[in-house]
Design a protein around this ligand. Sequence first.
Ligand code: UFG
Length: 326
Amino acid sequence: MKILVVGGAGYIGSHMVKQLAKAGNDVITLDNLSYGYRDAVKYGEFVEGDLGDDSVLDSIFRSGDIDAVMHFAGFIQVGESVIKPAMYYHNNVVNTFTLLDAMLRHDIKNFIFSSTAAIFGEPDYTPIDEKHNKHPINPYGHSKLMIEQVLDDYDTAYGLRSTCLRYFNAAGADPDGELGERHVPETHLIPLILQAASGRREDIKVFGDDYATDDGTCVRDYIHINDLCDAHSLALQKMMKEDKSARYNLGNGKGFSVKQVIDVAKEVSGNDFKVSIEPRRAGDPAVLVADATLAKEELNWQPQFADLKDIVKTAWDWETGFLAKQ
Ligand code: UFG
């Protein structure tokens, strides 16, 4: 297949490009490099450009042989979305419309969309399945849910098939050591902890230890990046075979507290580091754990990195390999 990966120079996109290319697909990455890295696109063709730019989209789609589009080019920082909602609605909603319009113009009808656990807001129950109410509590979550709703209508009216994959906490790195997480600024827990473990950061700040959880810190469901990518590949195959849209929650179904993640990182790295307790970060639900039964049943998806230690180990290899040399 020939697949356009929008945002293929970013963390999740770059791993996806590698997996698709290794599986024999023809891959084109479109990325404006606002957050991505040119050197993270190690496979296929690269086009520098914006998903909100009609002319660049038309020139890519004009070739006429693109089978599907995967969209990883969303802005992802919850806190920033609260302060700069216009930026989030512009990129995550308006620019996505431009992409979808261009797909329709060129009769491309298969779309894989990076959605998020943030569409569920504060959970009514855990683990969270696909039927759970959707009531986002920040502009980031709203922007992703808006597109999910638009995609329902585009399916009905235009026959544009989509699979929305709601990631819980994407983590880890390419086990070959070629790719990994490189956000600037970094806000995610595991890379920040590992920076503390390697001495690139003075300490790790725990945002709140007074939540209603066993040890008082927030619980999250960490899912390895390659397992996420596997789910995309399986979802694309199923969607194209059955000509049907779908939505899946993707996680390991196991929750780990911030303190537990810190303990695992100390064990994996063999290093001790300073941990400080800070006030809660605004907008953090206490517990977010996925019920990924549907993805397992319908996609035949089985995460290979079910153990948090294995996930953290791949991220530690990236921290002490590539990142240490930067
Ligand atoms: N945390 C700390 N200290 C830090 C960073 C994070 O204690 O320095 C805590 C957070 O408060 C949270 C947990 O670690 O409890 C995980 O935080 P992350 O920022 O790594 O991940 P989030 O769960 O906030 O966010 C992730 C994705 C978002 C997505 C969200 C879904 O990064 O894009 O899951 O809720 F929206």
